[in-house]
Design a protein around this ligand. Sequence first.
Ligand code: SAH
Length: 226
Amino acid sequence: MEAAAQSPDFEALRAAMVREQLIARGIKDQRVLQAMARLERERFVPEAYQAYAYADHPVPIGEGQTISQPYIVAYMLQVLTLRGSERVLEIGTGSGYQTALLCLLAAEVISIERLETLSAQAAERLAALGLTNYRLIVGDGALGAPSFAPYQAITVGAAATHIPQALIAQLAEGGRMVIPVREPDKPDEQVLVYVLRTRWRVRTRKLCHVRFVPLISDQAATNQEH
Ligand code: SAH
């Protein structure tokens, strides 16, 4: 009884998060709002941080990594304008929270994580939710996953020093990517960059300043399916 009395009312916290952190700050994509209103974020947050599952900041998930702040997840998903038919590539599976949202918003998700333990935990969580339209890969996301390309959308959850050429090459015509990029002369600053590949060219646009863990890339690696 005591434990039950102490456990937070996650449903209420989730509704408040959608209202106060997402809608109030301008997230308008109804599919994104519905998916985030439905998905239990507490499943992706370690036991010790359950009270912060819906907090307005990143939360540690082990291995020195974090689950992104709800608003930034919503913002990146909104920018990708997913309609349900897309094949999406995600770099940095992390907790698997955004992976699960992508499963709800797109047709198929390929997600790459360099840390085996995080990928394995994410795999358990996604399976427990009954999701089936994803594939997790352990390896260097900077290489992408060329065997499943092209992708209508690519989302990168760790800050790169530059936009990896392999990812641009794996974008479909009309494909869009969101990626945090470190500013070369200001190492502490990162900008979220939107990339749109059209038939003839690749357009990039800076969206806003962000703070992500670094993308750790070993370009010589080859990726292994989980
Ligand atoms: N969206 C995730 C956040 C992940 S944090 C979530 O909500 O949980 C970023 C993740 O990127 C970390 O798990 C980190 O291990 C991973 N990462 C860093 N560099 C990478 C690389 N080169 N390839 C794949 N994953 C990488």
